[in-house]
Design a protein around this ligand. Structure first.
Ligand code: NAD
Length: 483
């Protein structure tokens, strides 16, 4: 019998009363590894009430003391590092080294948030008029919540939660119902770090739980990470209920290769970008734009390198690419492969042929590469979120840029070149929030802001770093004159 996950509300682990329960599967084997309850709205309201009750005392806890909770949490995360990474691989399928990278980034956000005593400092000016001074202070606001996606089940809530609670707010996490076990494990550590009851809360669920968060008058703000249609809905609904919202959404990321690029390094970078985490990253490169005569040698090297990748169970250290997350995802990706073939792209490497020994029920598809992709094809326009890479051709830099301009998304783009002139032009013009120059995955470290542009982001303040401090605080100015 697999474990049914519980909620963590007001410092207590509580079984959900919901009759709606889903199985969570190990994507490498297809076996059920846990059951996740889809909590009722009343359970979400209980979590928000617990967070609201904890707020007055928590906001008055000195930032230095709140920061010490971060140090405690960091020590626990380090102690349980390998176990956390394993949990990520078991529910998500990504290879264990990628899971370690994910947990590392979660820890880095705790480390940055521990700097809250200085990050939250205000500023002041004397004599804004004769004898009058002005101060700006940063104050916590109340209860915040995050709605997380499946693809970084440990890390994504940690783009937000450490900053929120370090700033003096209280928090509710709603993990993805597809990959919920990593947050349960992390909340055991948050519990062990001994935050006062109600400061951090976990509610498992789906749309019903999300809607309860979006409409609860006691929730001050929501951080969302997930697909574009849901992001748009959450942004609009949160705003209609008077909340702050930052919604990081879907992507279609281009990797532009100039004729002067260092080909071997470029191929290695594209491979990790397109096939790492089986293409299920919001920063994954999914369309290579080959400029001029780099096209033929690039194509040949890419296909040779991708076909050599070892696909299998992510817990096997020798494996280089794991399965995709669910049977449903696999079917959606296979649909895109069909559509590519139908619309006339040339299938150079067909991942559908990959079989993994001893794992007949895993959700596997190998690296897949299409050539002759035109910007009007479905596989060039839509987010596939699987290990499918298209190669398009552009006659020059301007045409490559116009392909990116024509996409509705703006999460990430990379340029591979040895020319400072093209690199400068690219970073100046490209309409994307995360830009790589000879880097295939332009993932900002924890002290830098993280978000895209256009249909990849709805909001203004980004996740992580100083933006997070602003999102989780109000700036109040005090103007004083003494007689
Ligand atoms: P998803 O949008 O299906 O789900 C995300 C969250 O929203 C889940 O917690 C889910 O329960 C909730 N949700 C789903 N449908 C809802 C609805 N109708 N109303 C309210 N809530 C709803 O996304 P996913 O499949 O879990 O994640 C993959 C997507 O996330 C991809 O599009 C990827 O690009 C995106 N993503 C973006 C970033 C970024 O930084 N921009 C990072 C990671 C993932």
């Amino acid at each position: 019998m697999t474990e049914t996950l519980r909620n963590f509300i007001g410092g207590e682990w509580t079984a959900s009363g919901s009759k709606r329960v889903l199985d969570v599967h190990n994507p490498a084997s297809g076996e059920a590894i846990a059951r996740v309850p889809l909590s009722a709205q009343s359970e979400v309201r209980a979590a928000v009430a617990a967070a609201k009750a904890a707020f007055p005392e928590w906001r008055e806890t000195p930032p230095l003391v709140r920061s010490r909770y971060m140090f405690r949490l960091k020590a626990l995360l380090e102690e349980h590092f390998e176990d956390l990474a394993r949990t990520v691989t078991l529910e998500h399928g990504k290879i264990i080294d990628e899971a370690r990278g994910e947990v590392r980034r979660a820890i880095e956000n705790v480390e940055v948030a521990a700097g809250v005593p200085s990050l939250m400092m205000g500023y002041n000016a004397e004599d804004i008029a004769v004898g009058i001074d002005e101060d700006c202070v940063f104050q916590p606001i109340g209860v915040f919540a995050c709605v997380a996606p499946f693809n970084f089940p440990a890390m994504v809530p940690f783009w937000f939660l450490p900053y929120a609670v370090a700033c003096g707010d209280t928090y509710v996490v709603k993990p993805s119902e597809v990959c919920p076990t990593s947050q349960s494990r992390l909340f055991e550590l948050l519990d062990e770090a001994d935050f006062p009851p109600g400061v951090v809360n976990l509610v498992n669920g789906d749309k019903e739980a999300v809607d309860a968060l979006l409409t609860d008058p006691d929730v001050a703000g929501v951080s969302f990470v997930g697909s574009t249609p849901v992001g748009k809905y959450i942004y609009a609904t949160a705003a209609a209920h008077g909340k702050r919202a930052q919604c990081q959404a879907g992507a279609k990321n281009c990797l532009v290769v100039m004729p002067d690029a260092n080909l071997d390094r470029t191929v290695a970078a594209i491979l990790t970008s397109a096939f790492g985490t089986a293409g299920q990253r919001c920063l994954a490169g999914s369309l290579v734009v080959a400029v001029g005569d780099v096209y033929a040698p690039l194509r040949d090297k890419l296909v040779a390198a991708a076909s050599a990748l070892k696909v299998g169970d992510g817990l096997d250290e020798s494996v280089q690419m794991g399965p995709v997350v669910t049977r449903k995802s696999l079917d959606r990706i296979l649909g895109y492969v069909e559509s590519g073939v139908k619309e006339g792209a040339k299938l150079l490497l067909d991942g559908r042929k990959v079989k993994v020994d001893g794992r007949p029920n895993g959700y596997f598809i190998g690296p897949t590469i299409f050539d002759g992709v035109r910007p009007d094809m479905t596989i060039a326009k839509e987010e596939i979120f699987g290990p499918v890479l298209g190669i398009a051709r552009a006659k020059d830099f301007a045409e490559a840029l116009s392909i990116i301009d024509g996409l509705p998304f703006g999460n990430a783009a990379s340029l591979f070149t040895q020319s400072g002139k093209w690199a400068r032009e690219f970073k100046y013009r490209v309409p994307c929030g995360n830009v790589g120059i000879n880097v295939g995955i332009a993932a900002p470290i924890a002290s830098f802001p993280f978000a895209g542009m256009r249909n990849s982001f709805f909001g203004d303040l980004h996740g992580q770093g100083r933006d997070a401090i602003q999102f989780f605080t109000d700036r109040k100015v005090v103007i004083s004159r003494w007689f």
